[in-house]
Design a protein around this ligand. Structure first.
Ligand SMILES: Cc1ncc(COP(=O)(O)O)c(C=O)c1O
Length: 367
């Protein structure tokens, strides 16, 4: 027997109103385009390493669940990526999943809603994860030059008592590094009431980190990802922090969240991390070249970046993006994200060839 079910009614009855009201996270189809909208590393591992990785992946025990302690992978991360002695990490299916775990763990069930805070404009998953977890998101505007508004942040912490504050270092979508003293003042103000998460997704390019401050700042979590370093496809994020804090987040982490192929690929890549670091250095050189060329263009303001992308203001972002789309170059129009980003666009730094194609298409669009 086939049941008659009106799916629209079912959705009205069974699905949360706030979820029904929004769209899904939009990722445009990139086939046939130069893809400069997602901060990926354009380089693959060298052929010889890829061949060796192929052998390792073929040996992975696909018939078994992963070992949920992920001890070997965690040891490799700690040894190769500068986690201080005495600290461990929690691993996630990308840092996106870690953000979800963080938000879910602090969201309250006692009738009061937890507050999750970040300076804005910020990485969109901070507010989205807060919403899905049932917490309130408070965004504190950056100053017009995208620096942290320390006084406004401290006042908002005093008023809202957030359980979690995200600080991306460098920030996405603006690309700049916040002042480290301002960040420390915010972390100190949170004290015993809130956890500060310094999101270092772009650390391979910025080369600076809060990791070494962990022993001094007990309410600090440092979160990173292998995505921007060149492994976006395997989805692996990690976060370091005081053992008692990690133990709480560990309870919320799905037990097999990192699959065995990711585990093998990450352990292999970390044994050759110097190859990825060299690619990051190349991209940093390209960033300087591209930023200098962009600064020469009429009506263009280039914002300083410590990441593998550049944000810039153009006279008419809509027109530029439409033209670039026609020229088969995908970038991100930031204009609608926040009033501070009026007419701003963001472009990933890529190979010299792709950067030149972007630059040429941009020049034509500005005529
Ligand atoms: C600041 C920031 N954090 C986290 C992420 C998510 O990274 P992952 O690929 O590890 O989910 C991004 C991705 O763009 C990001 O910009």
């Amino acid at each position: 027997m086939t049941a008659t079910v009106n799916l629209a009614k079912l959705i009205d009855n069974a699905i949360r109103a706030d979820v029904r009201a929004i769209g899904s996270y939009h990722v445009p189809d990139a086939s046939g385009y130069i893809k400069l909208d997602s901060m990926e590393n354009p380089y693959q591992l060298p052929d010889a390493l890829r061949a060796e990785l192929g052998t390792r992946l073929a040996e992975a025990a696909l018939n078994r669940y992963p070992v949920p302690s992920y001890d070997t992978l965690k040891r490799r991360i700690c040894a190769k990526l500068g986690v201080p002695a005495g600290y461990n990490v929690l691993v996630g299916n990308g840092s996106d999943e870690l953000i979800t775990i963080l938000a879910t763990t602090v969201a309250r069930q006692d009738g009061k809603r937890a507050v999750i805070m970040a300076p804005v404009p910020a990485f969109v998953m901070f507010s989205r994860s807060a919403q899905f977890a049932g917490a309130d998101f408070v965004g504190v505007p950056l100053r017009a030059d995208f620096s942290l508004d320390r006084e406004a942040m401290l006042a908002a912490i005093e008023e809202h008592k957030p359980s979690l504050v995200f600080l991306a270092y460098p920030n996405n979508p603006t690309g700049n590094l916040f002042d480290a003293d301002d960040m420390e003042a915010i972390i100190a103000a949170l004290g015993e009431t809130g956890i500060a998460v310094v999101d270092e997704a772009y650390q391979p390019f910025a080369k600076v980190s809060f990791m070494e401050r962990l022993p001094r700042l007990p309410n600090l979590i440092v979160m990173r990802t292998l995505s921007k370093l060149g492994l976006a496809g395997i989805r692996l994020g990690y976060m370091a922090g005081a053992a008692p804090l990690l133990a709480e987040f560990e309870k919320v982490r799905p037990p097999y969240n990192v699959n065995v192929l990711t585990q093998v690929a990450a352990e292999f890549a970390l044994d050759h991390v110097e190859v990825l670091d060299r690619q990051a250095d190349l991209l940093n050189e390209e960033r300087s070249r591209l930023a200098a060329a962009l600064a020469e263009l009429p009506g263009v303001t280039v914002f300083p970046s410590a990441a593998n992308f550049i944000s810039l203001r153009v006279p008419d972002a809509e027109r530029v993006c439409t033209h670039l789309h026609g020229a088969k170059v995908l970038i991100k129009n930031l204009s609608k994200m926040h009033t501070l980003l009026a007419n701003c666009i963001r472009v990933t730094v890529s190979t010299p060839e792709e950067n030149a194609q972007f630059l040429n298409a941009l020049k034509t669009s500005l005529k």
